[in-house]
Design a protein around this ligand. Structure first.
Ligand code: ATP
Length: 267
């Protein structure tokens, strides 16, 4: 199974540095890395660099081959990116979109097998009743769930997900991340998931990487990384970390302690 390496990544946009020497723990099969950090820290920029959508310096490689040197067809099968923006409203239905994504990625499944896979994903994500309605009449949350289906329909080895739960209610946040976790477990795939909800990161990820001002400030097991000092430093928030009855750390955010810290670029 594919292992992605991300080391010393620099990105400049609009003539200024956005990411500086960012490295992630190796993205091992079955593992979920949550990417957290304040607004404008560089999370989306890092994901776009990983998919090869923007130029970057440093090492971004899958099984030792630089992503920029992997041909487009192979790259599409290996890496799948879900952008932060919700899928556009269109006259196509979720079912039609899923079929056309499967065709575009030359998914080996066809006919009834493909229909079974679409039905399985749609049923996990509560989309069966909306499967044949035009995207333009679906709610924002439903469109985000469709976007998540499209990201995994062709069974890629590495998922790069930019705030995939931002439009979802509590139930579907948990269902969406559980679907991703199950996908990683079953397929030996790995994922990097940008998240604003630190508690979702604590609950579901294997590693957390924290960005601030375009630099990596911490990375490792969730319980080691998320501390009151880190939250105060990175978010300017006074917080406590307590352990719930299931033994999972939970962040309790009390109050802002300073003005936002997110606007400066890496020097
Ligand atoms: N095309 C661009 N040209 C110039 N600057 C850009 C460009 N795209 C992003 N940036 C800047 O890069 C910085 C990081 O933005 P990015 O969207 O990666 O942050 P983020 O951590 O994903 O933020 P958020 O949590 O608000 O979504 C911001 O200061 C942003 O203005």
């Amino acid at each position: 199974m594919a292992v992605m390496t991300v080391r010393d990544v620099d990105v400049r946009l609009g003539g200024r540095p956005i990411l500086s020497r960012v490295s992630l723990p190796p993205l091992q099969p079955g593992r979920l890395t949550a990417l957290i950090g304040p607004n404008a820290a560089g999370k989306s920029t890092l994901l776009r660099a990983l998919i090869g959508a923007i130029p970057a310096r440093g090492t971004i490689a899958v099984d030792g081959t630089e992503v920029r040197n992997i041909d487009r067809h192979t790259r599409r099968g290996l890496l799948s990116y879900m952008p932060q923006a919700l899928p556009q409203g269109s006259s196509l239905s979720p079912y039609e979109l899923a079929r056309s994504y499967a065709r575009a990625t030359e998914l080996a499944l066809a006919g009834p097998d493909l229909d079974r896979r679409i039905a399985e994903l749609f049923s996990m994500l509560g989309l069966m009743d909306d499967a044949h309605r035009p995207m333009q009449v679906l709610s924002g949350g439903k469109r985000q769930l469709v976007g998540l289906c499209l990201t995994v329909i062709h069974q890629p080895a590495i998922l790069l997900l930019d705030e995939p739960t931002s439009a979802l209610d509590l139930h579907w946040q948990l269902a969406a991340i559980s679907m991703v976790r199950g996908y990683l477990d079953r397929n030996g795939a790995s994922a990097v998931m940008a998240l604003h909800d630190v508690n979702l990161a604590l609950r579901f990820s294997d590693e957390i990487a924290v960005l601030k001002h375009g630099r990596l400030v911490a990375a490792g097991p969730p319980a080691d990384i998320v501390t009151p000092d880190l939250i105060a430093d990175v978010y300017g928030v006074a917080a406590r970390v307590e352990t719930c009855s299931a033994g999972i750390p939970v962040l309790l955010a009390d109050r802002p302690t300073s003005t936002a810290t997110s606007t400066a670029s890496p020097g």
